[in-house]
Design a protein around this ligand. Structure first.
Ligand code: ADP
Ligand code: MG
Length: 591
């Protein structure tokens, strides 16, 4: 007898659910998308216990009659496509006819629906695939679908659910995507009986962004630049974050194609390229990008969750997005003009540093050597700190043996004489290394010393941010950061590490939250701490473009002697480039 059997329908649905329904948030996504496809203008999402206990979605869309209500939960049933030709230009969010059947196979469902022309509503209950009969009931126009006890017959899947707050974070993320993509939808999210977000159809995009992203340090929407372009049937509208609100990960890049949230490597690349030279390595821009194009120009039938699409002309998409973003960015005063390219560190291979800058450095160096060639003049120069131009040379008998002569060029690099030549030091990179090592040493021994803020600084937190901070209380404590709850969605910093006194506490905490959020992506405790210390060092370090006093330079050079791996910044870039006198002599054809 053969071994192969046809699977029963509920098994098929459960397998499909494995692809489409990863967690409670996937249910919310599928159901809200159905409501949008049904023409709803008002949708309310109610969640209890992170979606484990209850997820309920109510809409005022077209509703279903009794027959459709019974059919909607069978597999491969849809009203959105009929013939294979329909697959060539899908204009609805759903089309696979799988979501309701999948959800019905893994939870308890109660669905109530009423069409506009019907005098009463109908209701159906389904328990993990076993379906009750449709019966009349009373309800308003539209549809309500309630999902209870997700995965209750699949203990293995239920076990993989994270805490209620984490699951709620994922639900909020799905809600956010839908709220951004549908400006004229009235949307409400309720958690455990309390209203979390309420977006009216009158809230435009900027207002929605402000409500959805309560950033700690500044109002995000004030730092967004708007651009629009339309060419060859492709319409691009974007709100781009200025470099100063960049983040440590790319989670703040929201890309929508005809109202559908997508992830696409061509588009991510275009965004990255548009910001080239405007951000430090490891920073990601905040971008909200809305693309409109003909449904026939791409395929959404690529991935079960429809988060990926296939563009028929990916080059056009890439070049137009890059062009629109880049042009606008370069044409905008980004508040730190001229300073941004200076963030490039010495030894960086980036092509973005303009050749003019290399010339400026070369000129300054030439001037330095012209002035310093006669050894007898050194002493004299030391007493003329305001010598012409920007060049500023000092010699101190008392200074460390190797660093007797130095100058700061372009407020970014320090050129210092050594015993057998000279070094060029990237002031930011070196200082970053020094602070990083200091932090590592201290934290190995004890927690960082902190100081109380005179006035605690409060900030709003999202559910997932609060959860991330709570889960990492030990880490924040070790860092000497004291946080206290200050209201339902507000927290306050009460104490902050003394060593980071030059850093804005809220700015630091925002980036810390971003980092902690990434922890789910597999950073172990040690790597995480290292990343946090890296970030702290980078923020506390003197910047490129910052004029230093003689004593600050001397301190830096002295600390350099004490630092173990002084030649590399914590990110692995060089802090120092060395030149030997013999090399110079060769170059000047003296030998
Ligand atoms: P799909 O969305 O891919 O068509 P679903 O399983 O999500 O498949 O839904 C099946 C069908 O049920 C839909 O095609 C639609 O006709 C109907 N339906 C689902 N949700 C709603 C709703 N909220 N209002 C009206 N009709 C709905
Ligand atoms: Mg659907």
């Amino acid at each position: 007898m053969g071994q192969i059997a046809v699977l029963d329908q509920n098994m098929v649905n459960m397998i499909a659910a494995g692809e489409v329904i990863e967690r409670p948030a996937s249910v919310v996504k599928e159901l809200v998308e159905n409501s949008i496809d049904a023409g709803a203008t008002k949708i309310t999402v109610t969640i209890e216990d992170g979606g484990r206990k209850l997820m309920s979605i109510t809409d005022n869309g077209c509703g279903m009659d009794a027959d459709d209500l019974a059919r909607a939960f069978e597999s491969h049933t849809t009203s959105k496509i009929k013939a294979s030709s329909d697959l060539l230009g899908i204009s609805t969010l759903g089309f696979r006819g799988e979501a309701l059947a999948s959800i019905a196979s893994i939870a308890q469902i109660r669905a109530v629906s009423r069409t506009k022309d019907s005098t009463c509503a109908n209701c159906i209950e389904i328990d993990c695939g076993s379906k009750g009969i449709v019966s009349p009931c009373s309800a308003d126009y539209g549809t309500t679908i309630q999902i209870r006890d997700i995965f209750y017959k699949l203990p293995a899947r239920r076990k993989f659910l994270k805490t209620a707050n984490t699951e709620m974070g994922h639900i909020t993320e799905q809600f956010t995507r839908i709220a951004l993509a549908n400006e004229n939808l009235d949307l409400t999210l309720i958690r455990n009986g309390k209203e979390l977000y309420r977006l009216s159809d009158k809230d435009d995009l900027r207002r929605r962004i402000t409500k959805l992203f309560p950033m700690s340090s500044s109002d995000i929407s004030e730092n967004l630049i708007e651009a629009e372009s339309s060419e060859k049937g492709l319409h691009v509208h974007t709100l781009m974050g200025k470099p100063l609100i960049s983040r440590t990960n790319n989670r703040f890049q929201y890309v929508f194609l005809n109202g559908r949230f997508i992830r696409d490597k061509f588009i991510s690349h275009a965004i990255k390229e548009a910001y080239r030279g405007l951000l430090e390595p490891g920073r990601f821009p905040v971008v909200f990008l809305f693309i409109r194009m003909r449904f026939e120009d791409y395929d959404v039938n690529v991935h079960p969750t429809k988060i990926e699409v296939r563009f028929y002309n990916a080059n056009l998409v890439h070049s137009q997005i890059l062009g629109a973003l880049r042009e606008k960015l370069l044409g905008t005063n980004l508040e730190m003009p001229g300073k941004l390219p200076e963030m490039q560190h010495a030894g960086s291979t980036s092509r973005s540093s303009p050749p003019a800058r290399d010339h400026r450095i070369a000129d300054a160096m030439a001037e330095f050597f012209r002035k310093h060639r006669p050894v007898q003049m050194q002493q004299q120069l030391g007493f003329h700190p305001s010598s012409p131009g920007k060049v500023h040379a000092v010699s101190r008998e008392k200074s460390a043996q190797y660093d007797r002569i130095y100058l700061q060029i372009h407020d970014s690099f320090i050129v210092a004489q050594t015993e057998d030549g000279f070094v060029i030091i990237d002031q930011h990179a070196l200082h970053e290394r020094i602070i990083y090592e200091d932090l590592c040493r201290r934290i190995r021994k004890n927690k960082l010393q902190s100081q109380r803020l005179l006035i605690p600084e409060s900030f709003e937190v999202t559910v997932s941010a609060a959860e991330a901070l709570k889960a990492n209380a030990e880490l924040t404590d070790k860092l000497g950061i004291e946080l206290v709850p200050f209201g339902p969605r507000t927290m306050a910093v009460q104490a902050f590490p003394t060593l980071l006194s030059s850093v804005q506490p809220l700015d630091f905490i925002q980036d810390l939250i971003d980092l902690l959020d990434r922890k789910d992506a597999g950073l172990d405790a040690e790597r995480l701490l290292d990343e946090v210390l890296n970030m702290a060092a980078c923020k506390a370090a003197i910047k490129a473009g910052q004029k230093l006093t003689d004593s600050e330079i001397e301190q830096l050079l002295a600390d350099r002697q004490q630092t173990e791996s002084a030649s590399r910044c914590p990110h692995g870039r060089p802090t120092t480039i060395k030149f030997s006198i013999s090399e110079l002599e060769k170059q000047f054809k003296r030998t």
